[in-house]
Design a protein around this ligand. Structure first.
Ligand SMILES: NC(=O)c1ccc[n+]([C@@H]2O[C@H](COP(=O)([O-])OP(=O)(O)OC[C@H]3O[C@@H](n4cnc5c(N)ncnc54)[C@H](OP(=O)(O)O)[C@@H]3O)[C@@H](O)[C@H]2O)c1
Length: 330
């Protein structure tokens, strides 16, 4: 282990947040059981929020950002992990209340770690990252309330984004008829290549509709939130369900109880951050074995390094990214 290392750090300066790459010493690593040489991280919408003052996700500064990391164990006091193990960390406090993945080294509690499935490379695992884990959780929750490929079409909103791109691909892999909603007119072919059967213009779904409208979708995975969520609820088929994962379009929506009472629909909350440790390995294994998109490593993934992270933040906050961006650390 080198005695010092590079890290992408957010610090407070008055009311502003300054992001910069600094050199840190090994003694700066936070408390934890397992020290990891980070190979790859990724950029999520939440990482973008972490870089701005009004983002509201970082609890204290200075903070090494990066809510995802994949790497190799270099030191461990946790008997479950040994030097040389390839491991993944997503969620919990990483990159918001505990130093994260945009650094050569990370040190975390053993309970936050998942062993990387042997059929996934660390790079592939970070193309998934929190986004892929969230898409897999959403599919699992929808299946719990009965959704199956024979139930009918499934809508994915914010479809060209990280969670969206992976959700479209995973659902298509499972045999669903996938409808994708996007604001990007020039990305329809991309979504079709991922497996979308039908594309909806975001604008058509972003406004409030009638409380009960035509039954179109058996299920939905919604990254966008806001009034569009009420619209989706009104278009769910009898006993349909929407997995609510994101808020890129807003946090409030208004609706009536009619879709619940007359169509028996469900609105399912999805939280990837505090998902219990004992549930995570099976979800990652399913992502590796059954859900992995064939174009995960190239079409869905762009690549940058620590020096390129700030630019990706600007793009992701403006809603301008397509798919996922992985960050090469070592
Ligand atoms: N619940 C959880 O545990 C969890 C985990 C991960 C992410 N999330 C949340 O899920 C959302 C997506 O995350 P991500 O990392 O996939 O982000 P992302 O890559 O930036 O994708 C978000 C997508 O939303 C759409 N969008 C952007 N601005 C919009 C606007 N103003 N109105 C409507 N649509 C807009 C865009 O897709 P189109 O151009 O294709 O429409 C964009 O690509 C975020 O809100 C994030 O915080 C939650």
């Amino acid at each position: 282990m080198n005695s010092d290392y590079r890290a992408f750090v957010a610090r407070k300066s008055g009311d502003d947040i300054i992001c910069e790459i600094t050199t840190k010493a090994l003694e700066d690593l936070p408390d934890g059981d397992v020290t990891i040489l980070v190979a790859w991280s990724s950029v999520n919408y939440k990482d973008g929020l972490a870089s701005i003052a009004k983002g509201g996700v970082v609890r204290n500064y200075p903070r090494v950002l990066g809510i995802d990391l994949g790497g190799t164990v270099v030191d461990s006091t946790d008997s479950r992990y040994a030097e040389g193990d390839e491991v993944l960390v997503t969620g919990f406090d990483v990159g918001v209340g505990h130093d994260g993945g945009y650094a050569t080294y990370a040190r975390v509690p053993g309970d936050w770690i998942v062993k990387c499935p042997t059929t996934l490379s660390l790079r592939e695992a970070m193309v998934f990252g929190t986004a892929g884990f969230t898409a897999a959780l959403a599919i699992r929750q929808l299946e719990h309330v009965g959704m199956a490929p024979s139930s009918g079409p499934v809508l994915v909103t914010g479809a060209t984004g990280g969670v969206g791109s992976i959700a479209v691909s995973m659902l298509a892999n499972l045999g669903y008829e996938v409808h994708a909603s996007t604001g990007k007119k020039n990305e329809h072919n991309y979504l079709k290549t991922l497996g979308a059967a039908e594309i909806h213009d975001r604008i058509d779904l972003s406004s409030k509709g009638r409380p009960l409208d035509k039954e179109i979708w058996a299920g939905a995975i919604d990254q966008v939130g806001g009034e569009g969520l009420a619209r989706i609820m009104s278009n769910l088929m009898y006993r349909g369900a929407v997995a609510c994962t994101g808020l890129t379009g807003g946090v409030t929506y208004s609706t009536t109880v009619l879709p619940f009472l007359l169509r028996g629909i469900s609105v399912l909350g999805i939280d990837s951050v505090m998902c219990p440790s004992d549930e995570r390995p099976a979800i990652w294994q399913r992502m590796a074995d059954e859900l992995k998109p064939s174009r995960l490593g190239d079409l869905i993934a762009a690549e940058t390094d620590l020096d390129g992270v700030a630019k990706v933040f600007t793009n992701i906050l403006a809603g301008n990214v397509r798919g996922r961006t992985v960050v090469k650390i070592n």
